[in-house]
Design a binder for this molecule. Structure first.
Ligand SMILES: [Zn+2]
Length: 173
């Protein structure tokens, strides 16, 4: 899932990394400055990744990702880590299971879906698997409240994913 997008941007990441390495070789900077510059580089990479992702989605599906789609933030990452360390999980958005849930991208990372809270669904392992493989029942699909998600994620769910599920429901008869 993650691989394709990573592959597409690999050269660019590599070039940017080299650019900063050269900068640090030429300029002796204090550790604090070094860390601040690395942090800035990471933010630039995250911003560019989400911009490239947005362009890809627009080209492929005609769905526009608003600029408010936030790049991965360290706060979200740390919050997720704490949650899984303490085994405090958000309830599954389909069945309410709280003992373990995963977050799952509505617009997948592989097509450039942003690592933004509003592009996530929290799902228990069963519903996560069924969501990824278009296997949710119609009732289960309807339990998911997409109204608080990114407008682009809502559009993707309705315009790209729902038709896949509908095919499955039809085949189930
Ligand atoms: Zn569930």
């Amino acid at each position: 899932m993650y691989g394709k997008f990573h592959h597409d941007t690999y050269e660019f990441h590599r070039a940017l990394h080299d650019l900063f390495e050269q900068f640090f070789k030429k300029n002796k900077v204090e550790m604090a400055t070094h860390n601040a510059v690395v942090e800035l580089r990471n933010q630039v990479v995250a911003l560019l990744d989400s911009w490239i992702g947005a362009k890809k989605i627009e080209t492929k599906f005609g769905i526009k990702i608003p600029s408010s789609a936030t790049p991965p933030s360290i706060e979200i990452f740390l919050e997720k880590q704490t949650r899984s360390r303490n085994r405090v999980y958000r309830a599954c958005e389909v069945c309410g299971e709280k003992r373990i849930t995963h977050y799952c991208h509505i617009i997948p990372n592989s097509v450039g879906g942003p690592n933004a809270e509003e592009n996530y669904l929290y799902l228990c392992p069963i519903h996560h698997h069924l969501f990824d493989h278009n296997g949710l029942s119609e009732d289960e699909w309807r339990k998911i409240d997409f109204s608080k998600k990114l407008p682009a994620s809502q559009e993707y769910a309705k315009g790209v994913r729902l038709p896949m599920f509908e095919n499955f429901w039809k085949s189930e008869g």
